[in-house]
Design a protein around this ligand. Sequence first.
Ligand SMILES: [Ca+2]
Ligand SMILES: [Ca+2]
Ligand SMILES: [Ca+2]
Length: 535
Amino acid sequence: MRRHPICLRGNAKGNMRGEPPSTGTERGSVGLVSDRRFGFSTPFAILAVVLGLSAFAGISFAGDVNLAWNASTGAAGYKVHFGTASGAYGTSVDVGTRTTYTVTGLAAGTYYFAVTAYDSSGVQSGFSNEATAAVTGGDTTPPVISAVSSSSVTFSSATVTWTTNEQTNSQVDYGATASYGSSTPLNATLVTAHSQGLSGLAASATYHFRVKSVDAAGNPATSGDFTFTTSAAADTTAPVISSVSSSGVSGNAATIRWSTNEAANSQVQYGTSTSYGSTSALDPSLTTSHTQTLSGLAAGTIYHYRVTSKDAATNLVTSSDFTFKTTTPLNADLVVAYSFDEGAGTTAADYSGNSNTGTLFNASWTTGKYGNALWFNGKNGYVTAPCSGLPAMNAPQTIAYWFTASRRATSTQPVVSLADDAQQISIQAGFKDSRIGVWQDPGGWLVAANQPSRTWHYIVYTFDGATHRFYVDGDEKGSSTIRPTAAAPTSLQIGRVRDGSDYLRGTVDELRVYSRALSQTEIQSLMNIAIGSQP
Ligand SMILES: [Ca+2]
Ligand SMILES: [Ca+2]
Ligand SMILES: [Ca+2]
């Protein structure tokens, strides 16, 4: 039996321990039993394990342990043994003839190492002395950050993403400068694909950010500086409306204008009450100066309206209520209209459409204010006509005509008499008691004025249901609120009263009767328009 006693020499610190062989005395095994018998007289190897943990720090990593030992004479190779309990080496590695070795990838903990030598016949020595190493931290390699980017950048938020080559937690530092100042909450979940949302950002601002990843062993990595710029702030403010106005109001249309303090679209809601009910066509163009035309309106009607504008961000504003009143056409409610322009014959056409054709008796054609007119002789000249559509005496009405007196009137001289056949009740416009005006019979003056000069004058009487007004040449000369008789006329007389007791001496032209009270403005318009050319 060939013996290979092992002499364990001291390690670097000079302490050396001899260990009994783990196997018996059979051939191929280390015969420490024999060695004990024969002593360590024949050294096979001189082994001393030196841990190079700190000495090799420059090339080592946490989790790695560097070992070195003395060469043993006659050794064909070495085996490194290690485990987590002293003397219990669960792992062995044949490292060949080398005398240094690095055990890698160890988890944190305390490890125990020893080395054996074997000869060319495979006979193995006993264990060398035991070296220990405390592995702390394990992984000391920081993560590698890549693919840092920002996305989904809005006026107040952004998303930052990145990847790491190992699983790490996630956090982002951000701020107005590369000094940052704000951080997202640490997301401790270990991942390699990272996403962090940033919120509460300022609009239209440039942000600096960096990402941070720490691996499970606590090795941190921080990216370089990146930036993104938030978009402009979202518009959440409705436009402000000003200068709402109506203009160009006619009998059936009106133009509505308004301004807004920012570009917005245009629409008008309108109707005969504050419930509106109608809307103009929406003009989607964005402008600060708005114009909408309303058409198809009813004449002489008060309209309520309000305007709406919506900005590009669909913030809507609606104005308060406004009103306008459509105009009434001059021919509205015209029930009798004689131009007396025929110039010949015994009839006078009614242009009102009511066919109240006048029949002439001893009335003469003459030159009028506009075209021709009729002259009444003060004795037996008159015109009589039916009175279709003529208002009752106490109903709103207007009697209007051009007149020129041949001489100053001192007696009753009716120009127009609207009479009730049955009771001879009448409303008469003309001269009475040296005045000019309108009276009811029986009764007296409803309203009157001094006689004007003996030239053409435009004489107008209106009653709106409450107030009588008397105009000469467009100027109001008198008014009253006398309650008139309720009789409805059944006869229209021009130039006399129905019973023939009084006759007019003078010229009458452009006689109109309305079933409504014209305004002074309308009267002033009417006096300049001949019936023949009235729209
Ligand atoms: Ca690492
Ligand atoms: Ca806005
Ligand atoms: Ca005429």
